[in-house]
Design a protein around this ligand. Sequence first.
Ligand code: SF4
Length: 190
Amino acid sequence: MKQKITQRSAWDRILAKLNKRSLWMLHYCTGCGAIELPPTMTARFDMERFGIVPMVTPRQADILLITGYLSIKTLKRIILSYEQMQAPKWVVGFGSCTINGGMYWNSYTTIKRLDMYLPVEIYIAGCMPRPEAIIQSFDTLINRIDKGVANSWKDYYTNYDFYRKNQEKVFGEIETYNDIKSDAEKFGIK
Ligand code: SF4
């Protein structure tokens, strides 16, 4: 999808430079692909050289990495975690299972497309994606943040009814931690 590049203030550009080199990642290891994360984090591929470090709480995380298939029960926890994260925030779908259900395409317990429920900024294809692919995707994310086009998180506010409808279709009514409408106003999103 072609992204519209809008005029940014000097302050926005400075913030983007700072953001792109300080990305704290909540890795929600739902599927088998998570096994490729340790080599990505440790000395051989060393993702910290890009300023990406693991973070254990959603409130301090910038990236929500979903590493594989998602059961309906897990999706509920993912949504509650995502809504606690401070914007700007980016969802990364890791592995084929997040894109189209992968090898669980026919399972009644898993969801098939993560972007029906949360705004996904980047998908990493593969079953399972190797550390090289993960690093390349992070590099793409960093470049998008720098250019000011990594704006998928805004979509959660502007199209909240769409996401909410899909979420409730799979597990009924859920509580939210945030007032989505007041958050949208806070970020100047209409
Ligand atoms: S994409 Fe493959 S490796 Fe990843 S969770 Fe699904 S089955 Fe496992």
